[in-house]
Design a protein around this ligand. Structure first.
Ligand code: HH2
Length: 389
């Protein structure tokens, strides 16, 4: 079960969402939105959702069941009720998930990201530079298939300020097919071996295959970035055995089909539930929760509007208690808004990166490292001013 704090920009947004979720009675509520705190609770288990709804009502809140496929309820509290009760929370409090969501939302966790040999501080935004050793990636396909060129680009990205280098050997752009493990290994391992001996910054391997992850970790990578959310059953075990950092990303289906009319009851809620379930599964395979970062997967089975929703509501994912990674760089939703092909999407990518950073992204995956790093430094300065003023 997960709980999310939902912060509406105003009544029109709230009404629109409530009617989509089958909450007409709340849409008629006359009370002032700004006196209220909203949570959504969702679970695969309807009984769990009912239990928390009951506990919320006992405390003086209101609970409204949604008509979505996933059992989901909206809890509404007046500010005063929450303030009066949040300090009395015990470990067996049935409202524990909403207290956790509230504190994670207001003071996002965590301060660091645990890798096998070091911890990466997350108090400033990190930039993950993209290095695709593929013939067909949507943006840099074919540019770095040659090992020498790939190594040169990695060093250049570090000069430009990259905090992590993400090496991938399989394009996962929409409608792409799967690359054989042998081929993926041939592409990425020599590059990782070479750059790990030159670089201080951690290397991540962007792969869906545990064989590739294992070989990459042995060759010097420290992070597994899995766009399939650890669907390969052995992936979590490999990551756990190496104490590797792990990025769990959400994708709807697979690259071959993900853009065929993607639908969600609620894009942020459905993705949150998926990420939480994959995170708990990784934990049960031995992955330390402190090693996990979560990524809602911009462009992976999402329409233009769904991608924009994720960016604007990113902070809701903080309720899950982990750091967040966002990869929007040069993606087609930016092209759709601006009417630009891949080469003309830099400004749009930087705009999205800065909004994502303001909304809680800890790591931003980018092709234009130098510019993204400058945006990160600027946004971090603004955020620091926010906390000391
Ligand atoms: N996006 C891509 C690849 N890996 N990993 C994470 N965690 N998040 C992302 O958004 C993400 C990712 C797709 O971009 P790219 O690698 O440039 O393209 P391709 O898949 O065509 O190689």
């Amino acid at each position: 079960m997960i709980a999310r704090l939902r912060n509406y920009s105003g009544l029109p947004e709230a009404r629109n969402e409530w009617s989509k979720l089958g909450l007409p009675q709340v849409a008629e509520a006359p009370r002032d939105l700004y006196d209220l705190v909203f949570f959504f609770v969702e679970s695969k288990d309807a009984g769990e959702v009912e239990g928390i709804a009951f506990a919320a009502e006992e405390l003086g809140g209101d609970a409204y069941g949604c008509t979505t496929r996933t059992p989901r309820t909206m809890l509404v509290f007046e500010h005063g009720v929450l303030q009066g009760n949040s300090c009395r929370v015990g470990p067996d409090d049935r409202l524990q998930p909403i207290w956790r969501a509230l504190s994670n939302y207001l003071a996002p966790q965590p301060p660091s990201w645990k890798l096998a040999e070091r911890e990466l501080r997350l108090d400033s935004t990190m930039v993950m530079g993209v290095l695709n050793v593929t013939p067909d990636s949507f943006s840099d396909g074919g540019l770095y298939l040659d090992k020498g060129k790939a190594v040169k680009r990695a060093l250049e990205m570090v000069e430009e300020g990259a905090d992590i280098i993400d090496v991938g050997g399989e394009s996962t752009r929409p409608y792409s097919g799967e690359v054989a493990v042998e081929e993926e290994l041939k592409r990425v391992i020599p590059v990782i071996e070479e750059i790990s001996s030159h670089l201080e910054v951690p290397i991540s391997v962007d792969t869906r295959h545990h064989e590739v992850a294992r070989a990459a970790l042995e060759a010097g990578a420290e992070i597994v970035n899995d766009v399939s959310g650890l669907r390969d059953a052995k992936m979590a075990e490999v990551a756990a055995r190496h104490g590797a950092g792990v990025v769990i990303m959400h994708m709807l289906g697979d690259p071959g089909t993900m853009q065929d009319r993607p639908t969600y009851d609620d894009v942020v809620g459905d993705i949150s539930l998926f990420l939480d379930e994959r995170m708990m599964s990784a934990k049960s395979s031995g992955v330390d929760l402190r090693s996990i970062l979560l990524d809602p997967g911009i462009g992976f089975g999402k329409s233009l509007d769904q991608n924009l929703q994720i960016v604007v509501r990113l902070r809701e994912f903080s309720c899950l208690g982990r750091g967040l990674l966002i990869g929007a760089s040069r993606k087609s939703f930016i092209g759709k808004v601006l009417g630009q092909e891949v080469g003309g999407r830099k400004e749009g990518s930087l705009a999205i990166a800065s909004i994502a950073m303001m909304n809680g992204a800890n790591v931003v995956r980018a092709h234009d490292v130098k510019e993204t790093k400058m945006v990160a430094r600027m946004v971090d300065a603004v955020r620091r001013a926010q906390t000391i003023s």
